[in-house]
Design a protein around this ligand. Structure first.
Ligand code: SF4
Length: 141
């Protein structure tokens, strides 16, 4: 990963994050350094592999991983459950939304139930929850 992503990639991701917050009814983490770190990681992936692959996970091979859309931001967990592992898209208190997650999901175990303050927004892929749970078991990533 390059130390400093290009300004173009940073701007692209900042714009994306702002728009996605509006669309999903979430907010960026109240600690701006936390949000900036994630945006920097996303932008670095845009520069190096051409896609905003989630920077908070380990991939044996990033170029292989981007053949799936699972962890391209906004990832499947965000679009299905409105859960952001990286704490980029959160409630105004800085907590990830866990209300829609399956009970045995790591997010529920870590944070308990965090209610969705804007249930009318986001989760455009909610119908894919069943598919996602199969993938989580068959292709843990
Ligand atoms: S967890 Fe998902 S929504 Fe959050 S930064 Fe990573 S890819 Fe984006």
């Amino acid at each position: 990963m390059p130390e400093q992503p290009s300004e173009a990639a940073m701007q692209k991701m900042r714009n994306f994050v702002q728009k996605y917050c509006e669309k999903s009814g979430t907010t960026t983490h109240p600690d701006p350094e936390c949000a900036e770190g994630v945006i920097l990681g996303l932008a670095a992936n845009v520069d190096s592999i051409g896609r905003p692959l989630c920077p908070c996970r380990f991939y044996p091979d990033k170029n292989e991983e981007i053949k799936n859309r699972t962890w391209i931001c906004a990832c499947d967990d965000m679009q299905i459950y409105k859960y952001c592992h990286c704490l980029l898209f959160v409630t105004k208190e800085g907590l990830p939304i866990t209300e829609h997650l399956p009970e045995d999901h790591e997010g529920r175990q870590m944070y308990g139930v965090v209610k969705d303050p804007t249930p009318e927004k986001g989760r455009v892929l909610r119908a894919k929850a069943e598919e996602r749970e199969i993938e989580r078991k068959e292709r843990p990533s």
